[in-house]
Design a protein around this ligand. Structure first.
Ligand SMILES: *[C@@H]1O[C@H](CO)[C@@H](O)[C@H](O)[C@H]1NC(C)=O
Ligand SMILES: *[C@@H]1O[C@H](CO)[C@@H](O)[C@H](O)[C@H]1NC(C)=O
Ligand SMILES: *[C@@H]1O[C@H](CO)[C@@H](O)[C@H](O)[C@H]1NC(C)=O
Ligand SMILES: *[C@@H]1O[C@H](CO)[C@@H](O)[C@H](O)[C@H]1NC(C)=O
Ligand SMILES: *[C@@H]1O[C@H](CO)[C@@H](O)[C@H](O)[C@H]1NC(C)=O
Ligand SMILES: *[C@@H]1O[C@H](CO)[C@@H](O)[C@H](O)[C@H]1NC(C)=O
Length: 634
């Protein structure tokens, strides 16, 4: 009975106490040596009823703290419309009396969360300098919950709030301010959107109501300065990018090599090894050791490296005495050289090219396909020149060069089409782009010759002769063909490319007979299509298979086919004359060899992994011998 009475009495007293306005002291910040350290509110979690005044005492020293309202989910961001004391700087050693900030609770039905928004020396919020008022003892929304959230953040918002907050308000900025104490970012008296940025540095006086306009103007001015500065930086950045982009575009043909070299030389160790290796090699370029792996142009046997660069300016592809193909190394551009030798330049080069998107799948495909085209496709006519020109009797013309390259271009595309998306599409498209840029370049070199010759898109070849280069090395007036001729030739080659690709595809999926006939029609000049002219045929006539979509035929609709077949167009592709008819005997074998070669190479490419196609060593991708069993067939 007595016990019950006491309990009731106690409850009554408790209710009475709760109804009264409380005053709660909270210490802001600590000292190095006290438990909890500098970054704390003490107590950090308490309950307070409506009308209670929380007196925050800035006793922690050295200290530069704030009491800023936030939300549970966004623990270190000033709450929009929340209260804020601004930063109060307490020097080391402390001051007397300590500045106080009185916060009155206006709504105790919701939890009030607050934190210190200081970032120096590290964000105080993430260090655990947070507090709650009227939070549940445990679970969601409790002090520990909020603390956990806070400790997972990396940053604190620096927005300046107001004296009036949500559920609690102050009526004055912290005070008194003994000497040594400084206020920063003093809040306005009425709620502002805490999403605003910038840490105000207005004086304590600006907290009075009348100065809110001044605050606004200052705030606007700051925003304007910030905006102007951002625009200025953006402008400088943009112009730098444009300049760099242009510089890179100029070096477009160097870029694939530069990037792949930079990639290979990523590790500093490797790069040093490479450079050490390069030096002696360059000085003894006449040793035949380095072949395809470290290709050197045969014309580059000059000992001094400066003359080497000059001779290399006209890269010509040739088969060396060792029977191996020497792919000309393009003279290194200034940029390539820098990227290769300086790790810093390489670092920034890779950074900037990445920024410009050169490492996106699309751009990478563009860069890689240039190497694939130049090193794998375009070298094939020269690699088996003797086979094509002596065995197949292809004349040394650009047309011959084109059909041989196109055969290999097609084989490579068969493999590239099988790359996973989006790579397959990019690779085929870009390989074609490089092929046709090269074709255009070569057509131009033939139709619009220049002396000295222009730097070629890929390299010079001796597979075909340019009939328009005068022997005396002097160009006559009017020897340049008009632009429309170049365009027309481009169209012709485009049609040949499409037609050949279609027939090869058809042959690939049907049978060897179809493939052989595609090869006979497209590669071997369709010799004998008009029947074989024997020595006793009367009268022995000159005949050739006329390719209606290529060569010299300019207007297929208007041509008299019969007459055209009997005319020597100088292309060198014609039926064997009666005294050479025994060459027809070897024709089926020749076709079989090419069909076998084609199927073998396609099967070989199929076995190469996608990664190797896209990143691997180019040497491994190169086409093999057409007749591997015949020694010295090339
Ligand atoms: C903290 O404690 C150490 C050793 O106990 C003392 O040397 C140092 O002065 C103290 N620092 C402060 C700020 O009291
Ligand atoms: C409690 O606070 C309210 C609001 O601030 C005020 O009106 C009231 O007078 C205070 N009561 C006491 C007992 O201090
Ligand atoms: C105190 O904090 C404010 C706001 O972050 C900052 O501007 C000021 O420089 C700090 N003062 C010191 C002495 O660290
Ligand atoms: C405190 O004030 C708020 C808002 O005026 C009100 O919703 C709430 O019920 C009050 N709390 C108590 C215990 O009266
Ligand atoms: C505040 O009140 C809630 C609910 O009334 C209680 O769970 C919690 O433990 C209290 N917090 C403190 C610090 O007393
Ligand atoms: C805060 O409240 C205390 C006690 O009510 C008072 O002594 C002090 O002057 C107040 N400080 C400010 C800055 O309002």
């Amino acid at each position: 009975m007595m016990m019950r009475f006491l309990a009731v009495a106690c409850l009554g007293v408790a209710a009475l106490v709760q109804a009264q306005n409380q005053t709660i002291q909270v210490q802001v910040g600590g000292t190095e040596n006290e438990s909890g350290g500098i970054f704390q509110f003490k107590p950090s979690s308490f309950n307070a009823t409506n009308g209670s005044v929380i007196t925050f005492e800035f006793s922690g020293n050295p200290g530069n703290h704030s009491i800023t309202q936030s939300a549970l989910s966004n623990p270190c961001q000033p709450l929009s419309g929340g209260f804020d004391s601004g930063w109060v700087l307490i020097p080391t050693g402390g001051v007397s009396p300590n500045p106080l900030w009185n916060l009155t609770i206006t709504d105790d039905s919701n939890t009030i969360y607050f934190f210190c928004k200081q970032l120096i020396p590290s964000p105080h919020c993430a260090a655990g300098m947070v507090g709650t008022i009227n939070a549940p003892g445990s679970g969601t929304g409790s002090f520990n919950d909020y603390l956990n959230n806070a400790m997972q953040t990396k940053d604190s918002g620096q927005g300046v709030g107001a004296l009036v907050g949500q559920g609690a308000s102050a009526s004055a900025v912290p005070g008194p301010l003994p000497s040594g104490v400084t206020l920063f970012g003093t809040p306005a008296s009425t709620p502002v959107s805490a999403a605003s940025s910038g840490s105000g540095t207005s004086s304590a006086a600006s907290a009075s109501g009348s100065s809110s306009a001044a605050f606004k103007i200052e705030y606007d001015f700051k925003l304007f300065t910030l905006f102007a500065a951002t625009m200025g930086i953006a402008l400088i950045y943009a112009s730098a990018l444009i300049v760099f982009h242009k510089a890179i575009r100029c070096q477009l043909r160097h870029l694939p090599r530069t990037i792949s070299q930079a990639n290979a030389a990523r590790s500093r160790f490797v790069s040093t090894a490479k450079i050490l290796q390069k030096k002696p090699d360059a000085s003894q370029a006449n040793t035949k050791k380095e072949s395809v792996a470290a290709p050197s142009s045969p014309s580059a046997t000059a000992s001094s490296s400066s003359t080497e660069t000059k001779t290399l300016k006209s890269p010509t592809i040739e088969v060396g005495e060792d029977g191996l193909l020497h792919v000309p190394e393009r003279p290194k551009s200034w940029l390539t050289h820098k990227v290769e030798t300086s790790p810093t330049v390489r670092y920034w080069f890779m950074k900037i090219t990445a920024l410009l998107g050169y490492h996106s799948p699309k751009q990478r495909a563009g860069l890689r396909t240039f190497l694939l085209y130049e090193r794998v496709c375009a070298v094939t006519p020269d690699a088996e020149r003797s086979f094509w020109q002596n065995e197949c009797d292809l004349p040394p013309t650009f047309q011959s060069w084109f059909i041989v390259t196109n055969l290999h271009f097609w084989m490579l595309t068969v493999r590239l089409r099988a790359l996973p998306e989006p790579h397959g599409k990019f690779y085929v498209q870009f390989l074609l782009d490089h092929f046709f840029l090269d074709i255009e370049d070569r057509i131009r070199a033939i139709l619009q010759p220049a002396i000295p010759p222009r730097d070629p898109y890929t390299f010079f070849t001796s597979f075909y002769v340019n009939p328009n280069i005068p022997k005396d090395g002097k160009l006559k007036r009017g020897s340049r063909a008009p632009e429309r001729l170049v365009t027309r030739q481009m169209k012709i080659f485009k049609e040949q490319w499409m037609g050949m690709g279609m027939w090869f595809d058809y042959g690939l999926v049907t049978n060897d007979m179809e493939l052989a006939s595609a090869i006979w029609r497209n590669l071997l000049g369709a010799r004998g299509s008009q029947g074989i002219a024997y020595p006793d045929s009367n009268p022995p006539k000159f005949r050739r298979g006329v390719n209606l979509v290529g060569g010299e035929v300019e207007n297929p609709e208007k041509i008299d086919l019969e007459k055209e077949q009997g005319r020597d167009d100088g292309s060198g592709v014609h039926d064997y004359p009666p005294d050479e008819i025994d060459k027809y005997v070897g024709y089926p074998e020749l076709m079989l060899d090419i069909v076998t070669y084609t199927r073998r190479e396609i099967a070989r490419l199929e076995k190469i992994s996608d990664e190797e196609i896209m990143e691997g060593d180019l040497g491994a991708l190169q086409f093999g011998k057409i007749r591997p069993h015949v020694k010295g067939s090339s």
